[in-house]
Design a protein. Structure first.
Length: 252
C-alpha cells in the first residue's frame, strides 16, 4: 500500500475526480477526510469504503467558506492525529464568457471555489505542517484551462492562479520539506459541466474548435491514479510541477 497510515483531506469528494481519489487513497491505506456539500453522497462513499485498509470520514462543507475548510483540516488532526496530504479538488466551471461579458456574480462564484478555497486550505495546511515539523504534501487539481484557452476567461484565470500558487508554495516551503504539485486534467467525465448553466455563445463559439480537437474524455479513475503518484513516495523528488493528464490534447 502506497499511503498506509497517511492522513489526508480531499475536497470536492462527493463525485467525479474527488470521489475516485478518496476511493483509491483509502484502498491504498490512507485515512481520508472527505469534504463536499452533499452529505448523503459522502456517507455513501464512506460506507462503500468500510472494508478498505484506510478509513473515510465524511465532512460536509463548502470550500468557499474559510471556517468549513479549517474545520476539515482540524478534523484530520483530531481524528487521525496528524495531517500528511491535502488534495484541493473542488471546482466549478464558468459559462465560457469572454471577459467583456463576464459578470461579477460569476467571478465571485468561480474564484471563491477555485481560488479562495484552495488558498484557505493551503494556508491552514501549511500552518499544521510547520507545527508538526516533518514536511507535508499538497496536490492541487488544476486544469488544462489554466494553460490553454479551452474555457471562458474566468475559469481559465482561476486555474492559472492555482498553477501559480502551486509553484510559489513549492518554492517558499522547500526548506521545510513541504511539497506542492498540481494535476492538470483535460476533458474528464464528471459532473462539473452542470455548474456551467447555459453557455455564453460568443465565448463558446471561439473555443469550440479547441474543444473539438480534444481526445475522448478521461475517466476519474485515471486522474486519481496520477494524483496517487504525487501523493506517494514514488514522487518524493517531484516538487512545484504540473502533471498534465489529458490524453495528449496539450501536445497538439
Amino acid at each position: 500500500m502506497k499511503l498506509e497510515g497517511k492522513s489526508v483531506v480531499v475536497t470536492g469528494a462527493s463525485s467525479g475526480i474527488g470521489k475516485a481519489i478518496v476511493d483509491l487513497f483509502a484502498k491504498e491505506g490512507a485515512n481520508v477526510i472527505a469534504v463536499a456539500r452533499r452529505k448523503e453522497r459522502l456517507e455513501a462513499l464512506a460506507a462503500a469504503a468500510a472494508d478498505y485498509p484506510g478509513k473515510v470520514v465524511p465532512c460536509p462543507g463548502d470550500v468557499s467558506k474559510e471556517a468549513d475548510v479549517n474545520a476539515a483540516i482540524d478534523m484530520a488532526v483530531s481524528e487521525f492525529g496528524k495531517l500528511d496530504i491535502l488534495v484541493n479538488n473542488a471546482g466549478v466551471m464558468d459559462d465560457m464568457s469572454p471577459i467583456g461579458d463576464a459578470t461579477n456574480e460569476r467571478m465571485e462564484q468561480v474564484f471563491s471555489v477555485n481560488v479562495y478555497g484552495p488558498m484557505y486550505a493551503m494556508r491552514k495546511a501549511v500552518q499544521v505542517f510547520l507545527a508538526q515539523g516533518n514536511g507535508g504534501n499538497i496536490i492541487n487539481i488544476a486544469s488544462l484551462g489554466g494553460m490553454r484557452t479551452c474555457a471562458g476567461a474566468i475559469y481559465c484565470a482561476s486555474k492559472a492562479a492555482v498553477l501559480s500558487l502551486t509553484k510559489n508554495t513549492a518554492f517558499m516551503y522547500l526548506p521545510n520539506g513541504i511539497r506542492c504539485n498540481a494535476v492538470a486534467p483535460g476533458g474528464v467525465k464528471t459532473e462539473i459541466s452542470t455548474s456551467m448553466g447555459m453557455p455564453n455563445m460568443s465565448g463558446y463559439g471561439r473555443v469550440k474548435d479547441v474543444l473539438a480537437a480534444a481526445p475522448e474524455p478521461g475517466r476519474p479513475e485515471q486522474l486519481a491514479a496520477a494524483t496517487l503518484f504525487l501523493a506517494s513516495d514514488d514522487s518524493s523528488y517531484v516538487n512545484g510541477e504540473v502533471l498534465v493528464v489529458d490524453g495528449g490534447w496539450n501536445a497538439g
